[in-house]
Design a protein around this ligand. Structure first.
Ligand code: NAD
Length: 316
């Protein structure tokens, strides 16, 4: 059994990671100030091996017991959040990552940074391999998130190279599942909410831009496999099945049985045109690949979230 620190553990991905680590009989210390997460995501956890600390990681913080693995997930992650919290997003990526890396160093712990496909920006290479350096607008509205994550990657490699910390970096591509927030502005929760409410489904632009969607249990399995490996360089974790946004809206209509219409809205600034991970490295290194197809994952998300949560009628 290892003691794992999960920053952002009361968020969407972090809470699923806490569940899986506990299922594998690890001790879990969840550090989360509930900025974009919620106690609703962890209130079902009854294990004595779990503790939640309400801590803001942009301030220095310490953990009073030995920690073996640090999963650093805390950060606003949806466009609605980081556009509302631009300075906080930059501070979490910089100060928050510094403090958490310092903690990993003090504990001689393995450290995993949750980075993102957004560091590739609006990519000029398709699909995106880890060796691609990206095409990011540093001064656009999304720059606060993309550059915070790029800085966090640079910082992580510096702690590894100069301070000898055992670090690794996961570049997460769009992930979905239960506990997504209905109003967080990301494509899947928005389309599900609209379909279940029999409202028109909003597709940005002409809907020809592509995304790939990874089901949360596949993602969590990838995070743990990477943490357990000896890898230091970044690894893409995501589902390479690629869909246009228009196809996604049609699949949501099919899965929900909704008869809503599809309407179009203006494209957000710097919206990437294509997004698809090359997962060759994850396959070779970790023996990892996704198992849950989009339609199955959407049905699971609906079943596990429940209608009220997807409609945003709950308190989460
Ligand atoms: P989320 O907003 O649900 O979770 C983030 C958590 O971090 C929240 O619980 C929030 O309260 C916490 N947090 C924020 N600032 C904090 C602070 N200063 N101190 C302590 N806790 C703080 O987002 P998510 O979708 O679960 O994303 C988790 C991580 O995965 C993020 O780092 C995100 O960049 C990365 N990621 C997610 C996706 C995705 O599709 N969900 C894709 C790429 C990368």
């Amino acid at each position: 059994m290892a003691t794992c620190l999960v920053t952002g553990g009361a968020g969407f991905l972090g809470s699923h990671l806490c569940d899986e680590l506990l299922r594998r009989e690890h001790r879990v210390i969840c550090v989360d100030n509930l900025e974009t997460g919620s106690l609703v995501n962890i209130e079902h956890i009854r294990s004595p091996s779990f503790v939640h600390l309400n801590v803001d990681i942009t301030e220095p913080y310490f953990i009073d017991e030995q920690v073996e693995v640090v999963f650093h997930l805390a950060s606003p992650a949806s466009p609605i959040d980081y556009l509302r919290l631009p300075l906080h997003t930059l501070k979490v990526g910089s100060y928050g990552t510094h403090h958490t890396l310092g903690l990993a160093k003090a504990h001689r712990a393995r450290f995993l940074l949750a980075s993102t496909s957004e560091i590739y920006g609006d990519p000029q290479e398709h699909p995106q391999r880890e060796s691609y350096w990206g095409h990011v607008n540093p001064i656009g509205p999304r720059g606060v998130y993309d550059e915070a994550k790029r800085y966090a990657e640079a910082l992580t490699m510096a702690y590894h190279r100069q301070q000898g910390v055992d670090t690794t970096i996961v570049r997460i591509f769009n992930t979905y599942g239960s506990r997504m927030r209905a109003h967080d502005g990301r494509a899947i929760p928005t389309l599900l909410r609209q379909a279940l409410a029999d409202r028109p489904l909003t597709v940005f632009g002409d809907g020809s831009q592509t995304r790939s969607f990874c089901y949360v249990s596949d993602l969590v399995r990838g995070l743990i496999a990477l943490a357990e490996s000896g890898q230091h360089e970044p690894v893409n974790i995501g589902n390479p099945d690629e869909f246009t946004l228009l196809e996604l809206a049609e699949i949501v209509l099919e899965v929900t049985g909704s008869s809503s219409k599809i309407v179009h809205a203006p494209l957000p600034t710097d919206d990437p045109k294509q997004r698809k991970p090359d997962i060759t490295l994850a396959k070779e290194l970790l023996g990892w690949e996704p198992e849950v197809a989009l339609r199955d994952g959407l049905r699971l998300a609906i079943e596990q979230s429940g209608r009220a949560r997807l409609l945003g009628d709950d308190l989460g």
